[in-house]
Design a protein around this ligand. Structure first.
Ligand SMILES: [Zn+2]
Length: 66
């Protein structure tokens, strides 16, 4: 994994596996920037899960304020 900013090879900071897809956390020391690499075809699943979560959180928030 190369840094999108400076093109240098990044350090693998963390690696986790959930819902069958590997998620790698890379860190670029020169840029002090971390990039998450979602390997595998399950990215759409993660994105749609995150969107659903955000929407249900917002709905709960609306109920609270009203
Ligand atoms: Zn960099």
């Amino acid at each position: 994994m190369r840094c999108p900013d400076c093109g240098q090879e990044m350090d693998l900071a963390d690696k986790s596996t959930f819902t069958g897809s590997e998620v790698r956390d890379y860190y670029c020391k020169p840029c002090k920037k971390s990039v998450v690499d979602h390997g595998g075809p399950a990215l759409w699943q993660i994105l749609s899960d995150a969107r659903e979560e955000a929407e249900s959180a917002r709905a709960a928030e609306e109920k609270k304020t009203k």
